[in-house]
Design a binder for this molecule. Structure first.
Ligand SMILES: *Cc1c(COP(=O)(O)O)cnc(C)c1O
Length: 461
């Protein structure tokens, strides 16, 4: 029944959030040097900084916590998690980690090679950081449509450009490529999905040259839902049938379970290769903890075993993806320029089209983050000139990124559509007055440019 689109849950416990005044928020912005990461969460009304680790757990998950087996080795809770992972990934081996980037680190140690290329659609920053430390060359080969924020025509804007992989193989030789990493969904360009056909074709091409394929699968269920809804031949398949097929095309998968795992901490390293598992376990013992807990408690493992299943629930996903679309639709009605189509975990506003008079070196998307918090107490995050800007290693001249957005990350099962309306109305008002805003100046940044957004300081121009 099409009209039944409300949340597939009822609320059993609530957490108070605080409305504040514009004057108060102006003071806190100043104290935070206009950096949203430095604002205290208690002073935020609706927090859309990230969808990571912010999910609300279900009553089933909270009761599973009590079953946590805190044994150092061979915990019952590990075996429950293993079964849940095998069911969804269709792969035999799992090493838990304390969060996704620890799984990224293990993966980078095993698959990124000094002086060799690591191809991705758009690499997630923590893998990119790990790969660069190891001397590998991460390259982003998302299709061109994936960089065009205004075009809604392509249903899978996270796809990898196969021609670009072929050209690199031709130019450098296949032995210069150590791994292909497919991130589902593609976070950096708007939570855009990758099609099954693309995963299949990338895997077939890599297989011909013996290049291993890894899937970075923080948002595996959201990607599977898009495949079911948008790709021919998947309408009648279940979410788990789709996830299992996705992972049938890779050797290894990593996951930050803080996203579709519906828990607040944790990560997974999953593989079908016994040798890879053994090496991953060695690294885990050194860096994370013993192989059956990997830096997590037994209760964390329990909550994740349940959360993974709930994250793949059809009714949950329908609600989830449609809530994000609801916010996107309200913003479009008000003329606010967003990345289209809306993706899985948030709405991305195009900073350059929102403030066309603010040049990229004056941080238009960061200005929008500041305006949104000032007007409505809503915290979003800049993914643009500050977060993705870099510097020429020789001349230190700034290099400005293709992507210039503000992400409104939507936490899972946390906010209602009334909260979405508050966000849409506030942005609509700011958009009406957009010509009154001027840009910003970066007055402080840390020594590592790729991490500067976490600690940067700004002034208003
Ligand atoms: C969040 C994320 C990570 C890192 O995971 P953490 O749990 O934050 O350490 C890696 N890859 C992708 C695609 C992610 O979204």
């Amino acid at each position: 029944m099409k009209f039944m689109t409300a949340e597939p849950f009822r609320i059993k416990m609530v957490e108070r959030i605080k409305k504040t005044t514009k004057e108060e928020r102006q003071g806190w912005l100043k104290e935070a040097n206009y950096n949203a990461f430095k604002i205290k969460a208690e002073n935020v009304y609706i927090d859309c900084l990230t969808d990571s680790g912010t999910s609300a757990m279900s009553s089933e998950q909270w009761s599973a916590l009590m079953l946590g087996d805190e044994s150092y080795a061979g915990s019952k809770s590990f075996y429950k998690l293993e079964e849940s992972v095998q069911d969804i990934f269709g792969m035999p081996y799992v090493q838990p980690t304390h969060q996704g980037r620890a799984a990224d680190y293990i993966m980078a140690k095993l698959y990124a090679k000094e002086g060799k290329y690591a191809i991705g659609n758009m690499h997630f920053d923590t893998f990119r950081g790990n790969a660069e430390v190891l001397g590998a060359i991460p390259v982003d080969y998302v299709i061109d449509e994936g960089k065009d924020t205004a075009s809604a025509a392509h249903p899978f804007k996270g796809n990898i450009d196969i021609n670009k992989i072929e050209n690199l193989i031709e130019e450098k030789g296949s032995e210069q490529i150590s791994v292909v990493i497919i991130t589902v969904t593609c976070n950096n360009n708007g939570g855009q999905p990758v099609s099954m056909q693309n995963i299949r074709e990338v895997s077939a091409l890599a297989g011909r040259y013996n290049i291993p394929v890894v899937i970075d699968s923080a948002r595996l269920a959201e990607n599977a839902y898009f495949i079911q809804q948008r790709e021919d031949g998947y309408k009648n398949k279940s979410i788990k049938e789709i996830t299992r097929e996705m992972f049938s095309y890779c050797e290894t998968a990593t996951m930050s379970s803080k996203k579709d795992g519906l828990v607040n901490i944790g990560g997974l390293f999953v593989t079908r290769d016994e040798e890879v598992l053994q090496m991953a376990q060695q690294l885990a013992i050194v860096h994370e903890g013993f192989i059956t807990y990997g830096g997590l408690t037994g209760r964390d493992l329990e909550a994740l075993a349940v959360g993974l299943q709930e994250g793949c629930d059809q009714q949950y996903l329908e609600y989830r993806i449609n809530q994000v679309k609801y916010l996107g639709d309200r913003l479009e009605e008000k003329g606010v320029p967003i990345v289209k189509p809306t993706g899985g975990h948030g709405v991305y506003v195009d900073g350059r089209r929102f403030f066309p008079h603010i040049p990229q070196h004056e941080f238009p998307s960061q200005r929008l983050v500041v305006a949104l918090y000032e007007e409505a107490g809503v915290r979003a995050v800049e993914l643009g000139a500050c977060a993705f800007g870099s510097k020429d290693p020789v001349t230190q001249e700034p290099i400005w990124p293709d992507v210039e957005t503000m992400r409104i990350g939507i936490s899972r099962r946390v906010y209602t559509n009334s909260h979405m309306d508050v966000i849409a109305n506030a942005l609509g008002e700011i958009y009406k007055n957009r010509n009154e805003y001027k840009g910003m100046k970066l007055v402080y940044e840390g020594p590592i440019t790729s991490l500067r957004h976490f600690t940067a300081g700004f002034e208003l121009l």
